[in-house]
Every structure is written in C-alpha cells, then in structure tokens.
Design a protein around this ligand. Structure first.
Ligand code: ARG
Length: 463
C-alpha cells in the first residue's frame, strides 16, 4: 500500500515508480529522526505560544512526539513506512496516533526550513564527537611522543634522508596538524550553530512564531537573518566537509609513513597483529591494511567535499531538490572520518619501534652532512664554501664506502685544512640534534619544551 503523500492534493496521477526511487530519501535521512522529533516539538510549542493550537491539542502533540522518541530509541523498524522522507514519516505517525490534530503540526513550517534545522543539529553533534575523537588521538600521540622523545630517527625531505631528528619531534609535528583540525571543526560548528526554523518554504512564516524561543529550545546560538539564505545555504556542510577532508589528508599522510616504515624492507617499526592482516596466498605476509584503508578512504571524503561543491554550483535561490544530496555526502564523510580516527588511534597504540633498524637507517644517507658544513661555518668558512667542501667530503666518503665519522683526520684535511680533530664531536647524531636548539626545533630540550606546552594545551586530560 502506498503511504499518503504530504503533497498529494493537486495531482491526478501517482509518481512514477522509478521517479519515486530517485526521489525518496528516507533510507538516508532516517538518521535525522531524533532531530526531526525535537524540531517538531519546538515548532509545536511555538504554535501553541501564538495560540494556533489549544492547550489540549498542544498536549496531545507533545505527548505523542515524546512517546515517539521513546519508541524510536527502543526499536524503530516497525515505525518507518513507505514514506518519502523522515519529515513525512513523523507527520504520518503523529497523524495516525493523534488524528486530525496531527495535521496541524506542519502549520507555518516547510520541509525546507525543517530539513536544514535537523541537519544543523546533526552536524553540531557530529562535530562535537569528531572533536572528541581528535582529542583522544592527540592524547595517544602525546603519550607516544613522550615515550620516544629521545629516540633519534631519520628526518626526511623528498623521502631522502635529510637530518637526524627525535622521533618525539616527528610525532609532535602530527599533533600540531591535529590541533588545527580541532580548530577547523570548532569553526565549522560555529557556522552550523544557527537556527533556521521559522523561515518556512523560503519567504518566512505567517504565524508570528517566536523564532528566538524555538532557537533556545533547540540549543542554537543565533537565528538565521534571511529566510531565503536559510533554506538555500549549505556552507556549514561544505565547511564541515572541508575540515573532514583536511583531517583525512593528515591521517592519510601519517598512514603512508606507517605503511612505509613497517615494510620489512625498511623495518623501522611494527604494527600489532590486531591492526594488520594476512594474505590468502602468501603465508609470510603481514599487511598494514588498516593504514591503507584509511589512506584509501581519504579519497572518499575528498570526493564528498567536491561532490557537494558540484551540487551547489549553479543552484539558483532558494531551495532546490538537488539539495537533498547534501546529506548523503555529509553522513558518509562524518562516519568515515569518525571510524578512521578511531582505528588510527588504536592502531598507533600498537606501534613498536625497531631501534636497531632505526640506527642502521640513520647511518645511510649522510644525515649529518649539514652539521659538517655548520662545523666549518664555526671555523669561519663562509657557508657557501662550507657547503662546497662538505659536498666534496661526502663524495669522497661515498667513493670510499664510509660514513663521515669513519674518515681519518688526514683524509678530511686533504680536502680542507679548516677541518680539525674536533670535527668528530660535531658530526655525531647526538651533537646534530643538540645543535638544533632554537624554538620549535628538534634539540632534546626543545622537544621537552614542546611536550610541556602540549601538556598545557591538552586541557581535556585535566577532567
Ligand atoms: N528530503 C528533502 C531534502 O532533504 C526535504 C525537503 C523537501 N522539500 C521539498 N520542497 N520537496 O532536501
């Protein structure tokens, strides 16, 4: 049996079945059910306040909406019907239960202002839980950074060994990125935190509804200022998707490093069995699938951002049905980022480093060459000349298949008389690290400062 439509009056024929499949959105927007019930309740209260409902009618509607909240929490399967969307579903249920008074619920309200109000509530909650997830990830990384604060690790540019750094410093670099993600989520929250109910289909409502009181009931911070903007605007979703995209980019870059560093060929670290998988064919394999999946899902979240941008581009004011696509992108992206953050955090906890392999890796690639040049600068050699001399020393060492510290003082001095015995102290990994002693650099004490500052910035650990 077909459920009665909320707009059937002026139609002589049923909507074509395929067109129905194209247009019905309940399967996706049922996620908004509790927000839709709350929005209906606030609206019903506003109608009553302006005497568009009697006390009895108001009571019947509010009781019914409250009862529905309970029932949907317990189990929803029997409640959804063949409805066009979540708004028609709730109106049908209320009308089935309250009779004609149910038909008054939509007075002065449109699905256009309703859907966006529901979606803003969903977005606010989602951003709150994404922020919570990023915070937990930062806490985990902070623990790891503390654990590895004095482990010397190769630092890369172009994925070529560049300079030695502390692994704690490397991890703190990601913590900075994730702090900015929190900031972006918070900014998106502010954009979403605007109440649009009362905007009607697009021009406003005729019922003098107290929009401030509706907004207060729903916990919004401010009111939309223009009804046409209210029903056509999806900027807050774009901002959420943009923040989601950037956060996934950070996870993806980190995953790429984990995939590389855990490959047996590189072998700098290992992942726990609970975050790796085997091969159905090759018995020796331990694959970093979780890291790969998160890296892969990044594309999906980027696509959501671009997808919605594409949907919005070229839409005239105000509401257009194209806008229904917004939620598909939003829901999928939010859920993907949430799960990715959670898995990533749990996976990070299982990382164990392989100090022997790390030390061997440090010996490759002449990571202290810059310190060698800096040593010459201290001996008053102009940096450009020091760079040239160091280049010659490195070339010589490569030809001899030796590390810099394995060359003799005679070999050094055959290239430059400015090189003295004390060079050997200047080109150890420890000396290289210690010398990077400016604010934000990798010296041991600077990493301590970063960790101290982080302890203060990680405010959520304090309660
Ligand atoms: N399902 C619709 C959406 O998500 C609700 C609004 C429908 N409005 C309309 N005029 N058909 O956008």
């Amino acid at each position: 049996m077909t459920t009665k439509k909320v707009w059937g009056g002026r139609f002589e024929k049923e909507l074509d079945d395929d067109a129905k499949t194209l247009s019905y959105s309940l399967e996706s927007d049922k996620k908004l059910v509790f927000y839709d019930l709350a929005v209906n309740k606030a609206h019903v209260n506003a109608l009553y306040q302006q005497k568009h409902l009697t006390e009895q009618e108001h009571h019947a509607l509010v009781t019914c909406l409250d009862q529905l909240v309970k029932e949907f929490k317990e189990q929803s399967s029997g409640l959804y019907g063949n409805d066009e969307d979540i708004h028609s579903c709730i109106e049908r249920l209320v009308t089935e239960r309250c009779g004609d008074v149910g038909k008054k619920m939509h007075t002065g309200k449109s699905r256009n202002d309703q859907v966006i109000t529901d979606t803003r509530l969903y977005t606010k909650d989602s951003l709150t839980s994404l922020i919570q997830e990023v915070r937990e990830l930062i806490s985990t990384l902070y623990e790891k950074a503390t654990e590895y604060k004095s482990v010397i690790f190769p630092g890369f540019t172009h994925f070529q060994p560049a300079q030695p750094i502390l692994l704690g410093h490397h991890l703190c670099a990601y913590i900075e990125k994730f702090f900015r993600d929190i900031h972006r989520f918070e900014e998106a929250f502010k954009t979403a935190d605007v109440c649009c109910l009362g905007s009607g289909a697009m021009a406003g409502n005729n019922y003098k509804l107290d929009r401030q009181s509706i907004s207060d009931q729903l916990g919004f911070s401010s009111l939309s200022r223009n009804s046409m903007d209210a029903v056509s605007d999806r900027d807050f979703i774009l901002e959420t998707l943009s923040a989601c995209s950037i956060c996934m980019t950070h996870l993806s870059r980190f995953c790429e490093e984990i995939v590389t560093f855990t490959s047996p060929i590189v072998g700098l670290m290992n992942l726990g069995d609970d975050f790796t998988t085997g091969s159905s064919l090759m018995p020796q394999k331990k694959n970093p699938d979780v890291a790969e999946l998160i890296r892969g899902k990044t594309g999906r979240v980027h696509a959501a951002f671009l997808g919605l941008q594409t949907t919005l581009k070229g839409l005239p004011l105000t509401y257009n049905r194209d806008l229904q696509e917004d939620k598909v992108y939003l829901f999928d992206a939010v859920e993907t980022v949430h799960l990715s953050l959670k898995c990533f955090r749990k996976m990070c906890k299982t990382i164990e480093i392989n100090e022997g392999a790390i030390h061997k890796a440090l010996e490759k690639g002449y990571g202290v060459a810059t310190d060698f040049a800096d040593y010459l600068v201290e001996k008053n050699v102009p940096f450009r000349d020091a760079h040239e001399i160091t280049g010659q020393v490195v070339l010589y060492a490569i030809q001899q298949q030796k590390q810099l510290h394995e060359l003799s003082i005679e070999e050094f001095q055959s290239i430059s008389k400015d090189i003295k015995e004390d060079v050997f102290k200047a080109i150890t990994f420890e000396a290289s690290i210690k010398a990077k002693n400016s604010y934000g650099a990798t010296a041991y004490n600077q990493v301590e400062i970063q960790l101290d500052e982080l302890k203060r910035r990680i405010t959520w650990n304090n309660h």
